[in-house]
Design a protein around this ligand. Structure first.
Ligand code: OOB
Length: 537
């Protein structure tokens, strides 16, 4: 027996949560099978080409499992999943859980560098991607033909996610699902370092978070959930998300993305009752001129999270859309907070909600880890039944990301008053680009490999819609041939395997970086004082 479970919980801590009944021995495969048994003829999953009941989905998941088994995936293997929002995505993930394999949830926007890192670090044996790659995914897939640093090459499985029958009949495959305390999947951290960290979640801990989410939300059987954000993101998966829909037996409708033109027709056509959005997607919807042409009256609740929602936008939701708003402040590492459905308006529009579980422990501390008085901003630390106590295979990162008592250092600066959290800032070196998290260091590392670059500093730049954009300040190398052009540098960054959302929105060529009093590069000054005359790429 190892010292800890894959999510870092000691056996004692695990036993504690089992005794409390919050870890109840459920698994993702059992969850799915229960809903198939309970609601075989109810609509389960819909996308642009397909519409399946739970019983039909059970069949196609079995076929998908046979295909993946034939590709060599076995119980315990890790497989990177990088698929667009589609029924085929859902089938792939449940097929992996049927086999007892472990999905590594990458986003379609992740670049080749990210995927290679996940492959080496998980370590993964397979990559499951789309048979209809865009330019970006085409680059990722081409790159995977190269061996990994350890000499292995990933086995690639391409899924025709636009086909009516993506899974050729391939004979039965046995069910060999994982156990409750085992690794259920690897989720990706927003990242503050060069490469995203892998987040190990077990069936027990994650499914508790799904049940706790369902408890504070109004998602029921016969409801219709629109999945518009990337399906594999933690928010989309479990707050209450796709797995919440599976738990209650609601229908999941996949939209290709969260633009008003992508979601409005689907809301109307499928009588959508719930959806989750990041703040920029909500604001785009609020400001969309043709909104009134669509009947949005079926929607009861919109969940908004991933980045701070402005109070001004939050105030418009009820009067202009007629929907309930629940702010969601969560993290793939665990802790999720919601504004309650019955909270007063002031709390709904101006706070990031309350921890969803009575077993969530929240500390707000100063620089010496001493608790601050209520209402005083401080760093948020948290521990509880569904917050990991370690990253996957990363002892050094773990030492700085968790306290000795197992609290996770979220990197968020918050106030905590009467059980209500408000996010007021950030202590981590990360850019939150409308919910997509960018590690400046990762972007700097890529730009530094360009022969014309002497030094780079990447910072967040305030943006009306996204909250923040990615800005790179670049000092050219002396004697480099020809002038350094922002457009050329952007193209270079795109070709170097960066996630698409991490490619700088703006590159400014400068002579030197602003420095603080102590001679350290001041990231704050750079993000705030962008010279009006600087060239915009
Ligand atoms: C969600 O998860 P991640 O892992 O992509 O990012 C977590 C970080 C938080 O630590 C915080 O810095 C920021 O994203 N964040 C928010 C926020 N929701 C997330 N900051 C302000 N207000 C909010 N409402 O982003 C995530 C995971 C599950 C549910 C919802 C979001």
């Amino acid at each position: 027996m190892t010292d800890t479970l894959p999510n870092g919980f000691s056996h004692d801590a695990a036993e504690h949560y089992r005794r409390l009944g919050v870890w109840n021995g459920d698994t993702h495969w059992k969850l799915f099978r229960r809903t198939v048994e309970a609601r075989p003829h109810a609509p389960a999953a819909v996308d642009a080409v397909r519409s399946l009941t739970w019983a039909e989905l059970d069949d196609t998941v079995a076929r998908a499992a046979a295909v993946l088994t034939r590709a060599g995936i076995r119980r315990g293997d890790r497989a990177i999943v990088q698929l667009p929002n589609s029924v085929a995505y859902l089938e792939t993930v449940f097929a992996l859980w049927r086999i007892g394999a472990v999905p590594v949830f990458s986003l379609p926007a992740h670049g080749a560098t990210d995927i290679r890192h996940f492959a080496a670090h998980a370590p993964a044996t397979h990559y499951i991607g789309t048979a209809h790659p865009n330019k970006h995914l085409g680059r990722v897939q081409a790159d995977l033909a190269r061996p990994l640093p350890d000499g292995r090459t990933l086995t690639t499985v391409l899924v025709d996610d636009r086909a009516v029958e993506p899974w050729p009949a391939d004979g039965p495959s046995p069910e060999t699902p994982g156990a409750p305390e085992e690794l259920a999947f690897l989720q990706l951290s927003g990242g503050t370092t060069g490469v995203p960290k892998l987040i190990p979640r077990t069936h027990d801990d994650y499914l508790y978070s799904v049940r706790a989410s369902v408890d504070v939300c109004d998602l029921r059987a016969d409801d219709v959930l629109l999945v518009a954000l990337p399906a594999s993101h933690n928010f989309t998966m479990s707050s209450p998300g796709i797995l919440g829909a599976v738990q209650v037996g609601a229908t999941v409708v996949f939209a290709p993305g969260p633009l008003p033109t992508e979601i409005l027709p689907l809301i109307e056509e499928h009588r959508v009752t719930h959806l989750a959005l990041v703040p920029p997607a909500l604001i785009s919807l609020l400001n969309y001129p043709d909104r009134a042409a669509h009947d949005l009256g079926s929607v009861r609740t919109v969940w908004v999270g991933g980045a701070k929602l402005s109070e001004a936008a939050a105030r418009r939701v009820r009067p202009e859309l007629g929907w309930n708003l629940q702010q969601v402040f969560g993290m793939a590492e665990g802790l999720v907070n919601y504004t309650p459905l019955d909270a007063d308006v002031a709390e709904v529009v101006a706070t990031q909600g309350r921890p969803m579980s009575p077993y969530d422990e929240v500390l707000v501390v100063d620089e010496d880890d001493n608790e601050v008085p209520p209402g005083t901003p401080g760093a948020l630390l948290t521990r509880g039944p569904y917050t990991i106590r370690q990253y996957h295979r990363a002892p050094e990162v773990n030492a700085r990301s968790f306290t000795a008592e197992g609290f996770y250092r979220t990197g968020d600066i918050v106030t905590f008053v009467d059980g209500v959290l408000t996010v007021v800032g950030r202590a981590k070196d990360q850019i939150n680009r409308g919910g997509e998290k960018v590690a400046p260091e990762a972007v700097e590392n890529v730009l530094l490999t360009h022969p014309g670059v002497h030094d780079v500093s990447v910072v967040g730049m305030p943006d009306e819609l996204l909250g923040e954009k990615v800005r790179a300040l670049v000092i050219p190398r002396d004697g480099a041939p020809g002038p350094l052009k922002p457009t050329a540098l952007k193209r270079y960054a795109r070709g170097q395997g960066l996630a698409s959302f991490a490619v700088p929105d703006v590159i400014d060529i400068v002579d030197e970086f602003p420095v603080t009093g102590v001679g350290k590069v001041s990231k704050k000054d750079q993000s705030l004082q962008r010279p009006a005359s600087s060239p915009e790429a």
